[in-house]
Write a protein that binds this ligand. Sequence first.
Ligand SMILES: Cc1cc2nc3c(=O)[nH]c(=O)nc-3n(C[C@H](O)[C@H](O)[C@H](O)COP(=O)(O)O)c2cc1C
Length: 220
Amino acid sequence: MDVYEAVRTRWSVRNFTNRPVPREALERVISAAAWAPSGSNMQPWHVYVVSGASLAEIRKLAGERVAAHDPWDNPESEMYPATLKSPYSERKAAFGAQRYGALGIARGDLEARQRAASANWNFFGAPAALFCYIDRGMGPPQWADVGMYLQTVMLLLRAEGLHSCPQMAWSVYHNTVAKVLSPPDGLILYCGMSIGYQDITVPSERTGRAPLDETVKFVK
Ligand SMILES: Cc1cc2nc3c(=O)[nH]c(=O)nc-3n(C[C@H](O)[C@H](O)[C@H](O)COP(=O)(O)O)c2cc1C
């Protein structure tokens, strides 16, 4: 697959079929993604590729917590700054409006939004997932390295006919994920990622982007 096509067709899929993901495809993707760049080649990502019984266990434990209205775990990192200024707050709101509007959920219906967001804990139906940790001592440049790594994974997944949805949501249930994966001390769960084949019978729309001149300047 051409790189442009991989970028164009990568988007956050939130409806997967239960078609199993071949282990070899995941191995090819993970082997190739190891070539993602990082400052001083530190490769600060710690990755768990999960499927089968372990994925089922995480899904079950998270589902039980949701059903019990169990509060979220103490955050290990902030998902977003406490106050978002313009234009970020507007972009975030526009995303919410598009995502929940497409599901027919009214703007003020927080309960319905939460119900829709709880599909995160079911990995949106995906049969495979990845969890990505970073060492607590790492700073913003290394977090950026991890982002580059994850994007590399997501583009390579496209080359295998697979889709993905990165999920910071899992960071609020990091204790549940840790119960199954037993990561070493000192790691922070940055995000999960659902991986699988898109259920194309469910209509969905690609999220838009800000006009380029809002985010980029070509300078001569
Ligand atoms: C680091 C990261 C974490 C994300 N976490 C979630 C999440 O927890 N749940 C979710 O549904 N989408 C999540 N997303 C998907 C974003 O909402 C999505 O990337 C954005 O709206 C742009 O849409 P697109 O990926 O479909 O192009 C996350 C994306 C990134 C990059």
